[in-house]
Ligand binder design. Sequence first.
Ligand code: NAD
Length: 339
Amino acid sequence: FLPPKNDMSQAKDRIEQLSQLLNDYNHQYYVLDNPSVPDAEYDRLMRELQALEAEHPALRQPDSPTQRVGGAPAGQFQSVAHLKPMLSLDNAMNEEEFSAFHQRLADRLGSGDIQYCAEPKLDGIAVSLIYRDGLLERAATRGDGTTGEEITTNVRTIKSVPLRLSGKGYPALLEVRGEAFMPKAGFEAMNAKAMAAGEKTFVNPRNAAAGSLRQLDSRITANRPLAFYAYAVGVVEGIDTAMADSHSGQLAQLAQWGLPVSPIVETAAGEAAALDYFRRIGQQRPDLPYEIDGVVIKVDSLAQQEQLGFVARAPRWAIACKFPAQEEMTLLKDVEFQV
Ligand code: NAD
């Protein structure tokens, strides 16, 4: 069945228009660290494109923004290939969408009795750290998911990133993934200083973190108040005793080896407990010392994660449950200040 030509050509035009817009926004956001629209607007357009492509699969281009992670690595840094792709996350905009995600997993796994690991969705920039024989050897941005930017010297300046692992039993090669971010207090102080000096201020802590990490002069990065929380294990090679068989167990291992892990990570038994976490963290959000834009709910069993696998740009076993956007309000507030 083919929809009437008119419909099809209208959809084609709109798909092209949305792809072009989203590609431009991606470039501004990921490459220039300077977003041109609020996240909520970007998310709305992305969802419109996803819906159109789902309705007209033949019109979906292989390089559509719906199929890609992040942006191309910037030319001024050395490009590095990730040992294992660094993907994005699908998102749920409300509780109903989380419940639909839970139901899809329950159908695939044959049981709704799913243990989750619930984490804050830190609003910073994803970083991969490689430790060889316990020493930090390389740090890279996510880039387009396959290739990132080598930013080792800059990451070494983040005080919460251990340069050497502690404890015993860590693997000969350990890839840790996590978020580098700028706590709110540091962000505000930095912007106040920049404003007083008549320099450019950052839109939000996320862009401040991204811009700070992608400096060519690491002395500038060293003066930026950055922090890091680990949220996943990437690649592991050469380990005497096996890694834990759950995501939460692996985070506990990372903490034992000296990596900072968010203190508000919890396991949640089933759908109701995960939703309860989403609501509680939503209430705590204004009081947290760093920005979060939601929570991430992950299937805790690594065997079940493997069974569920991946789709184009995100794992099937995790979802970002987003809080209502704050940025739109910030932008409006800024406009008020300017008039
Ligand atoms: P995402 O930020 O929605 O989710 C994936 C990222 O979440 C990971 O790469 C990781 O960095 C981060 N994360 C934080 N805490 C985590 C945790 N506990 N576990 C796992 N990951 C965690 O996806 P994305 O692909 O990086 O970006 C898409 C989003 O970025 C959009 O939904 C939009 O809001 C925003 N964006 C905005 C613009 C704009 O112009 N305003 C442009 C591009 C993207």
